[in-house]
Design a protein around this ligand. Structure first.
Ligand code: SF4
Length: 316
């Protein structure tokens, strides 16, 4: 796990850190990001609108549906078209994100919004909220496997968990790359992530297993690239209560015979409570970790699933 000395690099919309870069000179300081995530993540802030020279304060811009497609135009002066400059800056920043493990975008911005950004008809009337910020789009097109989220969506426990887990998974992959990936190290990495992948995507779990089985053959570099791509895509799918419950039951199998009947019943009930939405995932996971202390199993204890990211980030 990273320490506060070695934080994971994550890009972010500058205004979310409290930087006064918005069109009106304000900011959008986000408490969770600044009070919790900052202990483990090293933020690399980008404000595309300032970077392309629009200044602070500046005239507001918005996404307009025009005959030439979606354009980013001035609200008061529709002859101001910054679409191309934002796209170009997005590609410029994308080229600097090689070691970055995620990106947190400001929601609803015509530049930074990741999805559902308000759009307008050419006559100025609101159209559907189905736009994507032009800068964010350039980043996401260049790095389709980069974990991305918006600050508002991080208030949803499932989406937050999914994002943080993907950031830490990418970070572990980058650590492996820095060490130098060998077939043996890839096999070990895959072994440690098996249950995590299983919780997200059973089909990808099988495909990744097949890929790793060919690790000793020619074309290892290409195989690693495919593995990374498949892994990150697999983790994008949110794990469900059902898939988590299956993994929890699987883990229970490693020590079930050594438990007393009341202990087995207690854990079974907790997994059922979780599956029915009556308890958080941390409840059965904590008990499982406790049982592994008394009945250790090397393979199970090596699973990132048991602690996909620091517990401090789980308890909020
Ligand atoms: S949403 Fe993006 S462009 Fe707008 S102020 Fe924040 S960082 Fe700058």
């Amino acid at each position: 796990m990273p320490s506060t000395l070695h934080k994971i690099p994550v890009a972010i919309s500058s205004c979310l850190l409290g930087q006064p870069v918005r069109f009106d000179g304000g900011h959008k300081y986000d408490r969770f990001i600044n009070a919790r995530l900052t202990d483990f993540l090293e933020f690399r802030p980008f404000c595309p609108e300032v970077a392309i020279g629009l200044g602070i304060p500046r005239a507001p811009i918005r996404l307009m549906k025009t005959a030439a497609g979606i354009r980013v135009l001035g609200v008061r002066d529709p002859t101001l078209d910054v679409t191309q400059r934002l796209e170009e800056y997005g590609r410029e920043v994308a080229a600097q994100l090689a070691g970055v493990c995620g990106y947190i975008f400001k929601a609803r911005s015509p530049s930074c919004g990741m999805e559902r950004v308000k759009t307008y008809h050419a006559n100025g009337l609101p159209a559907r909220s189905d736009g994507v910020g032009v800068y964010a789009q350039a980043i996401m097109q260049t790095h389709p496997d980069l974990p991305v989220e918006e600050e508002g969506r991080l208030n949803d426990p499932g989406l937050r968990d999914n994002f943080i887990e993907r950031v830490f998974t990418r970070w572990r992959w980058q650590q492996l790359q820095q060490q130098g990936i060998t077939p043996a190290r890839l096999v070990d990495f895959h072994a440690r992530h098996k249950l995590a992948v299983m919780a997200h995507n059973q089909a990808a779990y099988r495909r990744l297993g097949q890929l790793v089985a060919g690790a000793g053959r020619k074309g290892f570099r290409g195989l690693c690239e495919r593995y990374e791509q498949e892994l990150m895509q697999a983790m994008q799918r949110q794990a469900t209560r059902k898939s988590h419950s299956n993994v929890l039951q699987h883990l229970q199998g490693y020590f079930s015979k050594q438990l007393t009947a009341p202990e087995r019943a207690e854990l079974g009930a907790l997994i059922d409570d979780y599956r029915l939405g009556l308890a958080p995932l941390a409840a059965p996971l904590t008990l499982i970790r406790h049982h592994f202390l008394h009945h250790p199993n090397d393979w199970a204890l090596s699973q990132t699933y048991l602690e996909p990211y620091p517990r401090e980030l789980m308890n909020h």
